[in-house]
Design a protein around this ligand. Sequence first.
Ligand SMILES: [Zn+2]
Length: 370
Amino acid sequence: MPAVAPLHPGTARFEGGLSEVGPGVHAWLQPNGLLGESNAALIVGDGASLLVDTLWDPGLTRRMLAAMGPLLEEARIETVVNTHSDGDHWWGNQEVPAAEIIATEAAAAVMGDESPTEMKRFGTLAGALRVAGSLPLPYPRRGDVAVFAAYAGEALRPFEFGEVRLVPPTRTFSGELALDVGGREVRLIEVGPAHSSGDLIVWVPDAKAAIAADILFIGVTPIMWAGPLAHWVAALKRLLGLGAERFVPGHGPVCGTDEVRTLIDYWRWLDQAAGQRLDSGSSSPETARQLVLGDEITHHGFADWLAPERALVNVRTIDAHRRGVAKPPGPRELIAAFFRMALLARDHELGRAATGAGGLPVTGAADSGR
Ligand SMILES: [Zn+2]
């Protein structure tokens, strides 16, 4: 099988493609777990199989299904589970026609909120600049707009949204749902709202394997769109309580219980460190910048995770819940969040380059006027 290279620039930090994580449970991994480099999993039973998530565009889904071909010869995919509403986990549904598609009721309720057409438009440089120019953005410098355009353009460049035809779930549930997949028990457990409003995890008891989807990000900073943080920590504890030995994250390599505990540590640190600063009057963007660019993150061992700028979204969500005003971000807030993340990513890279910690300034940094 050809190697599965990262979709974004950079060398692979772990091996992509298919790997068996327990008897008849196969992970499909896309290094390095950055935006849209999402994972999926196949649970193979006697004469039937279940696919967990379908990636961000039909081409990526076809590549995955081709690799799974030999496994599917005697166990057709009868069921697809969409773990949540983010497009990188379900916009390939059209490639598995005739399957029953299951999601939580809460996820299904918002699955139509993003459109492939809008995403495609957002991904083009001209579109990004046009949108940025029409918004009351906090940093109105031309160089900064160029940094944003490069960041947003690169983030979405690998994906072909033009081909996506949205195929929504055909069955929803709340709480828990037990399925029989060719004689095997598979349990769907709703744990949202946490990463998104309707997250679920998948537990395969006979393989001691859990598909955690975007409740787990490994080697890459998690992003909390919905929260509250306490729900996410509770979901991680739920994962630990299953008795699973191997976990398939939504982004990053397969892991064990240690990595789950490390993510709990991250959330506890961020909650406490951000809470202190917010209490003393720091704004949520300023708080996130201090935490990402400061020394604490290194002392706590989270400095090597990719995309540290996502702390901007995480602190924003923590702050909104503390103030009782949490709601899902609308399109304008998403663009503003991308804008801030682009600048923080640039400043973080500049800081690392200056201290010899590695990394190169991102494109456009020289033009930023700083
Ligand atoms: Zn994802």
